[in-house]
Design a protein around this ligand. Structure first.
Ligand code: SAM
Length: 204
């Protein structure tokens, strides 16, 4: 998976490649999908949601430009897989899932994998997680009509936010937003992607 799906497609950050090589994706997919855990695509995890394609997890993690030791916020815990990858690099990962059953099964899977630096809560992630802000990096693994203001407000100056923005039904543009001052943000367009919708007060 790391060689053919990631390196061959241009993922180069050694921290990201090591994390992707270490986290057991099969521990985060439903039993019925386990044979396909290292296939090159998303997989269903129930409730109409998916665990993202490994390449997309690596692409978004690399886009966060982590050096190690950061405090990261993830919106859309889903299976918990991307949180486990982030937690291999970051010091602390705070992750929010709106579907209670998914939040609970992710919490269990993360506990079983010994991921002690991940904190899961069930809530509307479009509002962020104020108690632990500001964050060095924020990633949303569901697509919204725009970048939620609450998430931008909870980013440190110099921090990066990566999320898909665009249509609810077609493809979306993966965006990186860097906070350059108290009031200013720099926006970059990365790849085209296709994600499930970010549903909430500052989403769809
Ligand atoms: N990162 C996940 C993984 O590794 O399995 C994949 C996440 S899946 C593509 C997107 C997730 O975002 C879904 O589980 C969905 O329920 C969740 N979601 C959508 N809107 C949300 C919101 N406002 N707050 C928190 N989670 C949300």
């Amino acid at each position: 998976m790391v060689r053919y799906q990631l390196e061959d497609r241009g993922v180069t950050d050694p921290k990201v490649l090591a994390a992707m090589g270490k986290v057991r994706r099969e521990a985060f997919v439903p039993a019925a999908e386990r044979d396909f855990a290292y296939s090159d695509g998303p997989l269903p995890i129930g409730h109409g949601q998916t665990i993202s394609q490994p390449f997309i997890v690596a692409l978004m993690t690399e886009a966060l430009q982590l050096n190690g030791g950061e405090r990261v916020l993830e919106i859309g815990t889903g299976s918990g897989y991307a949180a486990a990858v982030l937690a291999e690099i970051a010091a602390d990962v705070f992750t929010i899932e709106r579907i209670a059953e998914l939040a609970e099964s992710a919490r269990l899977a993360l506990e079983e994998q010994g991921c002690a630096n991940i904190h899961v809560k069930c809530d509307d992630g479009t509002l962020g997680w104020k108690e632990h802000a500001p964050y060095d990096a924020i990633v949303a693994t569901a697509s919204g009509p725009s970048v939620p203001k609450s998430l931008k407000d909870q980013l440190k100056i110099g921090g990066r936010l990566v999320m898909p923005v665009g249509s609810q039904f077609g493809g979306q543009q993966l965006m990186r937003v860097t906070r350059v001052s108290e009031t200013d943000y720099q926006h970059e367009e990365l790849d085209w992607v296709r994600f499930v919708p970010l549903i909430g007060e500052q989403g769809w």
